[in-house]
Design a protein around this ligand. Structure first.
Ligand code: NOJ
Ligand code: CA
Length: 709
C-alpha cells in the first residue's frame, strides 16, 4: 500500500493519518515549503524501529526516513517513490573513547528548502542548479553504562531528486574536545540484489585497477565511487563529497547487501581521523537514477561542496596540451639525464613549435629537474623542484613559448617524499610563476600506504596513505599555495575527487584511475570496455587527466592498443577534463592528418553536457556544447562489442542547419584486425534528425557540429 500524502510505504512508515504527515518546523528558505515533508513522531512505534523524521526531495522522487532502532541506535533509509533503495542502515562512530551509536535521543530538528543556480568558471556545464530539501536532526547520548557525558552530534540530510547527501556535524561541546575517530559505523544497506562495478581499496597500486563487475554480494573492500545496478533497474552510485581534513571512505561488504564505511587509516592506526569540535564529516552521497546516464549528468557532488574560495580564476585557461611524456612511457626517451634525456632545451623547442603550429596552449615537460637519475621511485628525497637540470633552459624555453602563445606545464613528481616537497613548495611555485607556468602536474608515485611524512626536518619519517586525513590536508596546502600564484593543479596518484574543484577551482584535473599510460607498458593493456566503465564509475568523482589521442595505437615495443582510431578521438568528448593532453608523438600525428584535425578542433570547456545513451561498461554517447560558442561535439565509445546506437539530435538548436563533421569507424573496422579503418565525412543535419552511430568492436565515433546558417 502506498500513501501519496507521505510518499511512503504504509507497512514500514505508518503515516496514514494526514495530520502526522507534515511539515517543517522552520520556514524553508528561498523556495518555501513546497515539496518538503517532514514527519515527526511521538514515540508510539515498537521499540525496535521508531520513525523520527522524514524528508522528500523537491520533486518528491526520493525520500529519506530517519529511524531510531533497538537501544536507541540510529538508522536512515532511502526510497524512490515506493521502491526501497537503501534499507534501514546504521549511523554512528567508533571513537577513541568508545562507541557513539547507542542511547541516542533526538533533541531537536529543523528543515529547510534551498534552490539556487550558480555558475562554474569552467566545467561540463556552465549553470548548476542546487535544489534540495534539508533535514537536520540533533542527537544527544542518554546516560548509560556509567557514562553520562551527553555527547552530541547532528545528522544533516540534503535530498535531491537525483540523490542524497548526508553528513555528521559535531558542535562545540564540553564532553568532546579532541575527537579520535577509529571508524565510522555508517552503512549503506542496498535494498535489492545488484550488480556492482568497483575497484579494490588498500591494494598497492592505489586507484589504478580495472573495474570488476560482480554481484554486490561479492564485493570485497571497495573504493568509492562504487556503481550499482539493482535487479529492478535502478542505477546507484555511493561516494562522498567535500573530503577535507578527514580520511577517505571505502566500503567493506557486510552481509545481506550491506556496505560499511571503512575509513582509510592514519599513520598510527589508532585513529583514522583526529579532529577538534566543532567539525563536519564529508558528505556521504548516494546517486539514484533510472538511466546509467543520470549518474553521469548529476551535479550533486559539486553542489555539496562549498562555493569558490579563491576568487576570480579567469587566469586559468581550459586548453589542450602536448608534452615530453609518451616518449618516456614508450622508453624511447628518459626522465633521467643522459644521452636519451627527454627534457632537453632542443627537444622541448620541438614540442613548443608543434604546439604553436597546431593551436595547443600547453607543453608538459617531465624530467626537467634534478632527482630523476637512478631509482627515483625509491629516492623522492633527491628531487629538487627549484632549479632545472643543466640541459634544460627553463627561462629561455618559457620566453620562447611566450613568443608563440605557448605555456610550459610544470611537473612535480614527489615519489611520495611529500614533506620534502612541501618544504620546497613556495620556492618551486615561485619559479614556475616567474616563468609563466600556470598549470602544474603533481605526482605521488609509490605504493599505497607509503606516503612519507616528516613533521620536522631530520625527524622520524612516518607513513601515510594517499587517501588518509593527512594527505587530504596536503592537497589543500598545495592548492592554496598554487592559487596565490595563479597556478592550477593536476594531481596524479591523487586522493580521490570529491567535488573540491568547486571550492578550489584551480584543482583542474587529476588521475586516480588507469589512464592511457597503461597502454604503453602494462600487460594486458586497458581492455576495450575500460572507458565505458570509467564514465559511470571513476568519472563520477570529477575530471580525469586520462591523456587520450594515441593515434599510433601502439605502446612500448609495438604492443597493440585495444582501440580503433576513431575511438581515440571520441575520448576527448567522453572523458571530461578541462585540460586534455594530445598525448601521442608529433610524428605520429603527421601520419594521421584526418584524425588530427578533430583533435585540433575539439573543445575542452562546455556550456552543457548530456548523456544521450549508455550502459555501464558497455557503451556511452555524450553531446557537449562549446562554452561560449554555437558548436556541439558528440563522442561515442563502445566496449569489445560492435554496436549500432541511434540517438536523437534534439540537443541542436531547432531551426538551424549544421554541418556534421563525422570521424567514424570504417565498415570493416575492429580494434584487433582493422583498427585504422577510419572514415571522415560530412553531412548536413538538424535537430529533428535521428542519427545512427555504427561503432566497431573496440570502436567509437566523434562528430563536430558546425552551424551553417
Ligand atoms: C605517473 C603519472 O601518472 C605519469 O603521467 C607520469 O609520467 C609518471 N608518474 C612520472 O611522474
Ligand atoms: Ca599513474
Amino acid at each position: 500500500m502506498h500513501d501519496p500524502t507521505c510518499g511512503g510505504d504504509v507497512r514500514t512508515l505508518p503515516c496514514a493519518p494526514a495530520t502526522r504527515c507534515a511539515f517543517p518546523r522552520h520556514a524553508g528558505r528561498r523556495t518555501g515549503l513546497r515539496g518538503l515533508f517532514i514527519l515527526l513522531f511521538a514515540a508510539t512505534l515498537p521499540a525496535q524501529a521508531e520513525t523520527l523524521a522524514r524528508v522528500a526531495s523537491p520533486g518528491g522522487t526520493l525520500s529519506v526516513t530517519l529511524e531510531s532502532q533497538h537501544e536507541g541506535r540510529l538508522a536512515y533509509r532511502v526510497d524512490r517513490g515506493s521502491r526501497p533503495v537503501i534499507a534501514p542502515s546504521r549511523l554512528g562512530f567508533l571513537l577513541g573513547d568508545g562507541r557513539l551509536e547507542r542511547n541516542l535521543e533526538l533533541v531537536g530538528q529543523s528543515s529547510r528548502s534551498f534552490d539556487e543556480t550558480w555558475e562554474q568558471p569552467w566545467g561540463e556545464r556552465r549553470q548548476v542548479r542546487n535544489h534540495y530539501n534539508e533535514l537536520r536532526a540533533s542527537f544527544a547520548e542518554k546516560p548509560h553504562g556509567g557514562r553520562d557525558q551527553g555527547r552530541r552530534f547532528d545528522v544533516v540530510f540534503r535530498v535531491y531528486d537525483d540523490g542524497i547527501g548526508f553528513r555528521y556535524e559535531f558542535p562545540r561541546q564540553p564532553a568532546l574536545d579532541e575527537v579520535r575517530i577509529r571508524q565510522e559505523l555508517t552503512e549503506f544497506a542496498v535494498a535489492r540484489p545488484a550488480t556492482a562495478w568497483w575497484i579494490p581499496a588498500f591494494e598497492w597500486n592505489r586507484e589504478e585497477y580495472l573495474y570488476a563487475r560482480t554481484p554486490l554480494s561479492e564485493v570485497g573492500i571497495a573504493q568509492t565511487p562504487i556503481t550499482l545496478r539493482s535487479d529492478d533497474g535502478l542505477h546507484i552510485s555511493i561516494h562522498e563529497a567535500a573530503l577535507v581534513d578527514y580520511a577517505g571512505m571505502n566500503l567493506a561488504r557486510g552481509g545481506d547487501g550491506v556496505l560499511r564505511a571503512a575509513l582509510t587509516p592514519g599513520n598510527d592506526h589508532s585513529a583514522a581521523v583526529v579532529r577538534t569540535a566543532p567539525f563536519n564529516t564529508p558528505w556521504r552521497t548516494i546517486l539514484v537514477g533510472g538511466r546509467a546516464g543520470d549518474l553521469a549528468e548529476s551535479s550533486l557532488m559539486l553542489n555539496l561542496n562549498e562555493p569558490n574560495r579563491i576568487g576570480d580564476v579567469s587566469w586559468f585557461k581550459p586548453a589542450k596540451y602536448v608534452g615530453v611524456w609518451w616518449s618516456l612511457h614508450l622508453d624511447e626517451e628518459t626522465w633521467g639525464t643522459g644521452p636519451r634525456h627527454g627534457a632537453t632545451t632542443a627537444n622541448t623547442k620541438r614540442y613548443i613549435d608543434f604546439a604553436a603550429a597546431n593551436g595547443f596552449r600547453g607543453v608538459l615537460v617531465e624530467g626537467w629537474n634534478p632527482g630523476w637519475d637512478g631509482d627515483w621511485f625509491a629516492n623522492g628525497w633527491n628531487f629538487d623542484f627549484t632549479r632545472p637540470t643543466a640541459d634544460f633552459d627553463l627561462e629561455g624555453l618559457a620566453a620562447y613559448g611566450a613568443e608563440r602563445g605557448v605555456h610550459l606545464i610544470g611537473h612535480h613528481e614527489t615519489a611520495c617524499a611529500v614533506s620534502h616537497y612541501e618544504r620546497q613548495l613556495p620556492a618551486a611555485l615561485d619559479l614556475y610563476a616567474r616563468n609563466g607556468v600556470d598549470v602544474v602536474k603533481t605526482g605521488y608515485v609509490c605504493d599505497a600506504g607509503d606516503i612519507q611524512r616528516q613533521d620536522k626536518a631530520g625527524g622520524p619519517v612516518i607513513r601515510e596513505w594517499h587517501e588518509g586525513q593527512w594527505m587530504s590536508n596536503h592537497h589543500v596546502r598545495v592548492l592554496e599555495a598554487a592559487a596565490k600564484r595563479h597556478i592550477a593543479i593536476n594531481s596524479h596518484e591523487p586522493i580521490k575527487g570529491t567535488g573540491l574543484h568547486r571550492t578550489w577551482p584551480n584543482w583542474v584535473s587529476r588521475e586516480g584511475a588507469r589512464g592511457m599510460e597503461f597502454n604503453a607498458w602494462a600487460t594486458p593493456p586497458n581492455p576495450p570496455e575500460h572507458e565505458a566503465n570509467l564514465v559511470f564509475t571513476r568519472m563520477l568523482a570529477g575530471p580525469m587527466d586520462f591523456t587520450p589521442g594515441i593515434v599510433s595505437l601502439k605502446g612500448r615495443g609495438g604492443q597493440q592498443i585495444e582501440s580503433t582510431l576513431a575511438k581515440q578521438l571520441a575520448l576527448y568528448v567522453v572523458i571530461y577534463s578541462p585540460i586534455q593532453m594530445v598525448a601521442d608523438l608529433p610524428e605520429h600525428y603527421a601520419e594521421h592528418p584526418d584524425a588530427f584535425q578533430f583533435i585540433k578542433d575539439v573543445a575542452v570547456d562546455w556550456e552543457e553536457s548530456h548523456v544521450l545513451a549508455g550502459e555501464v561498461g558497455d557503451h556511452v554517447t555524450f553531446a557537449r556544447k562549446v562554452r561560449g560558442g554555437d558548436e556541439w561535439f558528440l563522442g561515442s565509445v563502445t566496449d569489445e562489442e560492435a554496436r549500432i546506437v541511434e540517438v536523437p539530435l534534439s540537443f541542436l538548436d531547432p531551426g538551424r542547419r549544421y554541418r556534421a563533421e563525422i570521424y567514424r569507424d570504417g565498415d570493416r573496422a575492429h580494434w584487433k584486425t582493422a583498427p585504422f579503418e577510419f572514415v571522415r565525412e560530412t553531412r548536413e543535419v538538424r535537430s529533428s534528425d535521428r542519427y545512427t552511430l555504427k561503432l566497431a568492436a573496440g570502436g567509437g565515433q566523434a562528430i563536430r557540429f558546425v552551424p551553417v546558417d
